[in-house]
Design a protein around this ligand. Structure first.
Ligand SMILES: Cc1cc2nc3c(=O)[nH]c(=O)nc-3n(C[C@H](O)[C@H](O)[C@H](O)COP(=O)(O)OP(=O)(O)OC[C@H]3O[C@@H](n4cnc5c(N)ncnc54)[C@H](O)[C@@H]3O)c2cc1C
Ligand SMILES: *[C@@H]1O[C@H](CO)[C@@H](O)[C@H](O)[C@H]1NC(C)=O
Ligand SMILES: *[C@@H]1O[C@H](CO)[C@@H](O)[C@H](O)[C@H]1NC(C)=O
Ligand SMILES: *[C@@H]1O[C@H](CO)[C@@H](O)[C@H](O)[C@H]1NC(C)=O
Ligand SMILES: *[C@@H]1O[C@H](CO)[C@@H](O)[C@H](O)[C@H]1NC(C)=O
Length: 528
């Protein structure tokens, strides 16, 4: 019932109305026939196949997204084993007016890689890239080509095995896909030293909106190569592989963890953390997870325990870090430890990091903000005491500074650079059977409203990889998304200047708006 109410609200607001010209069902059979001419039938699953639903939901960890995904499922899921299959899917889709959504790791926070928010809307197909996950490391060049169906865990593992001493800056969660995360930027605990994942892309290959293969950045041209490095997934084409610059990691890195309750001074330490963490040595990231009125500080230091304890003692004595709080390990062990914890002692890293299956968790809704001016102690006190109600809330604060502040805001589409102190991710988790089903309980919404005066504004920033449909969705007129209405969310993710450039590039490379979703970049209007 609650989910129905949500859907109705979205429809009545007139958002994302399906394009009438694309809704013809006779096209659907022609589309499937077209696929079968070039793609082996076992690689195309339709809802009549017993494997269809298990595959559709295989990457979903958020219970909020399961029902909407299965209620209006895609026409089919294509699981390419070859570039030419991806080209065929796009060409057939163009020819028969069936849109495609592409899925890499499937971790999109709103599920846009495999679901449409319009029930009974136009048919679409999913291209699931999971079978294209090769990683080729060149240790001498310190580069790697990775296919976009690979997960971050697969990438980390292959790099470390082929080239000990090298690593790559990306997410904490190993099941995130390199297709989505690099398309949207890619933040993680090495970004203060090495930047975003997308800052370390040297080249790429992709299939464009005509189904043509663009084998490298030269074939794409500077604009398109700029756009795909942080301009958001699902907008400009289907990236098949990235060439990455690998980064140096020492033989041992250090993790430490310190928890502070409010009685132990959590409010004061977080208040100080805001301006301190962005100015620590680039090799050190200290992030904070706030939950149940407790602050948990977690770090990655690219060096040994004794050095980081000395640094913390002089720069942040209030945190009281001692060598007993430290764990030294290899970078690869760290990538597993930060997510799986002590399980790394009982299971081989290979098993943990190469495993791409996910388990269905609770209902989740996430939002994000950027902070440029430190919040006061009084404000933090209110946040720590914000009532959770029946849900459970979490704030994850990721420090910027370091090289993040030295890279220009228009170098790639990701705009949140100098002046940013840290990113906030709001995470609300609930048990849908007990509370509200798909309708999000109001911890996150009320806190987000409360935060308005304290976070970045004009526009209020958000991180595209923490996708949030509440900040705005596309309006579709005659099958085309509109730039004017997309600005609302687009300028939050990319800033006004980058968003305009993204739309201009979209006009050049996908004027017919084939790659379209609730939050896809619209083609810049010919006359505004
Ligand atoms: C548990 C969890 C932890 C996370 N941790 C982090 C983190 O530490 N740092 C961080 O930056 N983000 C993090 N994220 C967010 C994550 O980066 C984004 O959700 C990202 O978009 C997921 O990529 P994916 O390939 O797994 O997702 P998908 O759902 O497959 O794709 C996401 C978007 O990109 C598009 N896309 C996918 N593949 C391609 C491709 N090959 N070419 C073009 N477009 C493509 C999709 O159509 C969709 O629009 C996390 C998310 C989750 C759920
Ligand atoms: C991929 O398809 C192309 C064109 O059909 C073919 O030439 C090539 O051999 C295929 N590659 C693989 C690895 O199957
Ligand atoms: C929200 O963020 C948390 C923490 O990063 C993550 O575990 C979760 O999967 C995210 N989920 C969604 C749906 O956004
Ligand atoms: C820790 O690293 C520092 C700086 O690289 C080095 O001088 C020191 O010897 C190391 N200490 C230990 C215990 O390894
Ligand atoms: C892979 O991960 C899933 C989900 O977390 C888990 O259920 C499964 O046991 C794991 N498989 C292996 C081989 O570790």
């Amino acid at each position: 019932m609650a989910s129905m109410a949500l859907v109705l609200t979205i429809c009545f607001l007139g958002f994302f109305v399906p394009a009438p010209s694309l809704a013809l069902s006779s096209n659907n059979n022609d589309f499937l026939r077209c696929l079968s001419a070039n793609i082996p039938s076992q690689l195309v699953l339709t809802p009549s196949s017993p494997s269809f639903t298990p595959l559709l939901v295989s990457s979903i960890r958020n219970a909020r997204l399961v029902a909407p995904a299965t209620a209006s499922p895609p026409l089919c899921i294509v699981t390419p084993t070859n570039t030419s299959h991806v080209q065929t899917a796009v060409r057939c889709g163009r020819r028969h007016s069936v849109r495609v959504r592409v899925r890499s790791g499937g971790h999109d926070n709103e599920g846009l890689s495999y679901r449409s928010t319009t029930p009974n809307g136009q048919a679409f197909a999913v291209i699931d890239l999971a079978k294209l996950h090769a990683v080729h490391v060149n240790p001498h060049e310190a580069t790697a080509w990775v296919e976009t169906g690979a997960t971050v865990g697969q990438l980390y593992y292959r790099i470390a095995k082929a080239a000990p001493g090298l690593g790559f800056p990306a997410s904490v969660c190993p099941t995130v896909g390199v297709g989505g995360i690099i398309s949207g930027g890619g933040i993680g605990l090495m970004m203060r030293k090495y930047g975003l994942s997308a800052d370390n892309v040297l080249d790429a290959s992709m299939v464009d909106a005509n189904g043509n293969l663009l084998a490298n950045k030269k074939a794409m041209g500077d604009d398109l190569f700029w756009a795909i490095r942080g301009g958001g997934g699902g907008n400009f084409g289907i990236v098949l592989s990235w060439k990455l610059r690998l980064v140096a990691v020492p033989p041992k890195v250090t993790f430490f963890k310190v928890a502070k309750t409010m009685e132990q001074g959590a409010v004061d330490t977080v208040t100080k953390w805001q301006t301190l963490a962005p100015t620590l040595p680039d090799e050190l990231s200290v992030r904070v997870v706030i939950q149940k009125s407790q602050a948990n500080f977690q770090s990655l230091y690219l060096g040994n325990c004794s050095t980081v304890v000395a640094t913390m003692r002089s720069r942040f004595p209030e945190l009281g870090v001692t060598s007993a709080d430290c764990k030294e390990m290899s970078w690869l062990q760290y990538t597993a430890y930060i997510y799986f914890g002590d399980a790394i002692n009982s299971k081989p890293l290979e098993e943990l990091l190469l495993n791409r299956s996910t388990t269905l968790g609770p209902f989740v809704k996430n939002k994000s903000d950027y902070v440029k001016k430190a919040l006061t102690k009084e404000t933090w006190k209110k946040i720590f005491l914000w009532p959770n109600g029946a849900a459970s809330g979490q704030l994850i604060l990721e420090p910027h500074g370091g090289i993040m502040g030295r890279i220009g805001a228009v170098k790639i589409p990701f705009p949140h650079r100098s002046n940013v102190l840290y990113n906030i991710q709001y995470v609300e988790l609930w048990n849908g059977k007990e509370v509200g089903g798909n309708a999000t309980p109001n911890w996150i919404g009320s806190l987000y409203n409360f935060m308005t005066p304290y976070v970045s504004k004009n526009p209020r920033g958000a991180y595209v990889n923490y996708r949030d449909l509440d900040i705005g969705t596309n309006q579709v007129v005659d099958g085309m998304t509109s730039y004017g209405s997309a600005k609302v969310w687009g300028e939050s993710y990319f800033g006004p200047e980058n968003f305009r450039r993204l739309a201009e590039i979209k006009r050049k490379v996908d004027a017919g708006d084939y790659f379209q979703s609730e939050q896809s970049v619209p083609p810049f209007p010919l006359k505004e």
